[in-house]
Design a protein around this ligand. Structure first.
Ligand code: SF4
Length: 269
């Protein structure tokens, strides 16, 4: 009781009010300057997860959905690589995590955004969330559990966790998509009533991370079930998970709630 009186109310008011702590998170790597022509050869082998590689047009792209924040690119090429900042890292299209994005990606994100908005119109009030670990290292689970502590207090936003897929509106999936979890994951998704939303939480769930090419995983959960919101990070902090949840159910203040993610700290993404 004394501690409670001394500390006062610790619960964040975000997203209703800004919270400086939510912007302090160092997110996945970003390109801070265009890479010179022929950079692909110099960059070969720099990234342990293969997040930096040339696209079909020869332009080197950075896949934030495969970035484990190891720091090698920013350390070796500080003029061209840096870090994204802030918790608004979730996007509604897997392609939007690859920077710089193409014109086709910008167009398709708009269509995905409109479809998701229409489908989740019934989820504007309280929602129930089911979490499935599909081969996680446990780090994302710690961040998800923190949503229930007094600082984040996810219940204040009408978001509750449930053990039953039958009661769930949102499916939070962590892990690189272990083959052994593919069938349980599919069955959980099939057991949920419509409308339902799937969020891939963390770099492992988005692109497999270090286990992307492992014999034991599918390199992310996208090939197992349809994903609506992609949240990179290794692991993403509670604020970023909260942002992804509100993005998925269209409850971000000050807009449609279906933006294409944080732009701070990087070139056109
Ligand atoms: S920080 Fe990310 S993109 Fe850069 S080398 Fe490490 S994993 Fe690759």
């Amino acid at each position: 009781m004394l501690r409670g009186l001394r500390d006062g109310v610790v619960t964040t008011r975000w997203p209703g009010r800004p919270d400086g702590y939510s912007d302090a998170w160092r997110g996945p790597a970003v390109l801070t300057a265009p890479l010179p022509a022929g950079a692909a050869g110099d960059l070969a082998g720099i990234c342990p997860t293969g997040a930096i590689r040339p696209g079909p047009d020869g332009v080197v792209r950075l896949d934030r959905g495969r970035c484990i924040l190891c720091g090698r690119c920013a350390e070796r090429r500080p003029a061209e690589f840096g870090w994204s900042r802030g918790s608004a890292a979730a996007v509604v299209s897997r392609e939007a995590l690859v920077v710089p994005v193409t014109a086709e990606t910008e167009r398709s994100v708009g269509q995905v955004r409109a479809a998701l908005r229409a489908r989740t119109a019934a989820l504007r009030r309280s929602v129930h969330v089911r979490h499935v670990d599909a081969g996680s290292d446990g780090s994302e689970e710690q961040e998800i559990a923190a949503l229930l502590n007094p600082v984040y207090d996810v219940h204040r936003l009408g978001i509750f966790f449930t053990a039953s897929p039958r009661h769930a509106d949102v499916l939070l999936v962590t892990g690189a998509g272990a083959h052994g979890m593919a069938e349980p994951l599919r069955r959980t998704w099939e057991g949920m009533p419509d409308p339902k939303v799937v969020i891939a939480v963390g770099t492992d769930a988005c692109g497999g991370g270090l286990l992307a090419d492992s014999y034991a995983t599918s390199g992310g959960i996208g090939s197992v079930i349809d994903v609506d919101v992609w949240l990179p990070g290794s692991p993403p902090p509670p604020f970023a998970i909260l942002h992804a949840l509100l993005l998925a159910i269209g409850r971000l203040p000050g807009g449609s709630g279906y933006g294409s993610g944080e732009r701070a700290g990087g070139m056109a993404q």
